[in-house]
Design a protein around this ligand. Structure first.
Ligand code: HAM
Length: 428
């Protein structure tokens, strides 16, 4: 079968045996977003390439190396979104969710993102994120609300062994000072850096701290790197102190990591990342931060913003690694087994009635023996089996079998739906 087509490298199919886990995680996320008063936003999975150049940053690795960019048939440069924030800010500006003095908007999203990265465990070319963005509040409470929501999400999914690292880059002025500080420290050892980081030293020195190149890691370790918080302006320091105080009050375990910069140019002030201890090299479950200059960079009036993105694939990997059993929301299924032509058409009608009563039902109409129909019911993980044979039809009865206990009873057909309602409504 040499001409078989397989999925592109770095992509994954979510098969029926796994999709319920995605639904469960999504349900938990949606419920939490409701509780924290965030409303869903859905934006296109492709945008004008320029949005990411201006939003994510010309000198970031994502824009430089990882974007799926193509020209469409109309000659426009289009990019499959590598992350959610830029598109959400674009939409918020375009539809005036922000832009008015004092406007606030709190939104959340689910969806795929596309990055041309080298695939490995936990790193895909299409990954999915649950993310939130809060616009219009520059207050430290808004940063901490996002962090609390993210941590609540993991807690409700049942994850353990998490580490929350937080840092600040400060405002524009502080960030510029930090950049200059880095250049001053790194310039004397520039020859020890990778070629790419030598180039970054001029363009975007913060990105050097993200580098995984062993030469960069070693060079950075060889000098006393300053923490970004050493360069804060008074305003940025006041914000940062308040964030730390609120976090401490929230009874959250966290560490301040003065070298955490994350891979996007849009961050200002607070930023954070959550890692799971059982994920190996790709251990970042999710991260976020404040981006108070992004709206302005995209042509709107300055509007503060803060949010996070959390990878769903990595979350599921971490849950699996920790042996956490997510609740399966699948409804109890009734299987209808019948024998003989008359019984089969009767069964088909009965199935419609059961479904109309809000109970999940299915059958195999291939006219197999009862024995093989029971086997199929088992394989499909049905909870109950309704058996319709010649004698049942003649007596206007059905045999109802509980497939978990093996218990069996005969009851009048007109009592079946009520009985099934009782049996399937019991909470697991
Ligand atoms: P990010 O850190 O690039 O942030 O991505 C967030 C999460 O998405 C990561 O922590 C990781 O779990 C997952 N992720 C990223 N890339 C991959 C990949 N190649 N394969 C599998 N999972 C991946 C952002 O995207 C920002 N937009 C977050 C944000 C929102 N900041 C403010 N608002």
């Amino acid at each position: 079968m040499s001409n078989k087509i397989s999925a592109p490298r770095g992509t994954a199919d979510v098969l029926p045996a796994e999709s319920w886990k995605w639904q469960t995680v999504e349900r938990i996320a949606r419920r939490l977003a409701d509780l924290y008063h965030f409303a869903e936003i859905r934006t296109p999975i492709f945008e004008h390439t320029e949005l990411f150049h201006r939003g994510v940053g010309e000198a970031s690795d994502i824009v430089n190396k990882e974007m799926y960019t193509f020209e469409d048939r109309g000659g426009r440069s289009i990019t499959l979104r590598p992350e959610g924030t830029a598109g959400v800010v674009r939409a918020a500006i375009e539809h005036s969710l922000i832009g008015q003095e004092g406007a606030r908007a709190k939104v959340y999203y689910f969806g795929p993102n596309f990055r041309y990265e080298r695939p490995q465990a936990g790193r895909l070319r299409i990954h999915h994120q649950f993310g939130v963005e809060a616009f219009g509040s520059a207050e430290p409470e808004q940063d901490v609300e996002c962090i609390l929501l993210q941590m609540d999400f993991y807690r409700q999914c049942g994850l353990q062994g998490l580490a929350l690292r937080v840092n600040t880059l400060g405002d524009r002025e502080s960030k510029q000072k930090y950049r200059e500080g880095l250049v001053k420290i790194l310039s004397p050892i520039a020859s020890k850096l990778s070629e790419e980081s030598q180039r970054r030293l001029g363009e975007n020195p913060l990105r050097i701290l993200d580098s995984k190149d062993p030469r960069d890691v070693e060079a950075i370790a060889s000098v006393a790197m300053p923490a970004s918080s050493e360069f804060l302006s008074d305003t940025a320091r006041a914000h940062w102190d308040a964030v730390l105080q609120l976090l401490a009050m929230a009874d959250l375990k966290f560490n301040v990591d003065g070298k955490l910069v994350r891979g996007f140019d849009y961050y200002t002030n607070t930023l954070w990342e959550v890692t799971a201890e059982n994920l190996g090299a790709q251990n970042a479950l999710g991260g976020g931060g404040r981006y108070d200059n992004l709206a302005e960079q995209l042509g709107a009036r300055p509007t503060p913003g803060v949010g996070f993105g959390s990878g769903i694939e990595r979350l599921l990997l971490a849950l699996e690694g920790q042996g956490v059993a997510l609740p399966n929301p699948a409804p109890k299924l009734v299987w209808i087994a019948s024998q003989g032509e008359a019984a089969q058409s009767h069964a088909f009608r009965l199935m419609a009635e059961i479904r109309a009563a809000g109970i999940a039902a299915d059958m195999d109409p291939a006219g197999r023996s009862f024995k093989s129909q029971f086997k199929i019911a088992d394989r499909e993980k049905a909870s109950f089996c309704v058996v319709l044979g010649e004698s049942e039809i003649a007596n206007k009865q059905v045999t109802l079998k509980d497939l978990a206990t093996g218990e069996q009873s005969i009851l009048p057909q007109d009592q079946l739906i009520a009985r099934l309602k009782e049996l399937t409504s019991s909470k697991v």
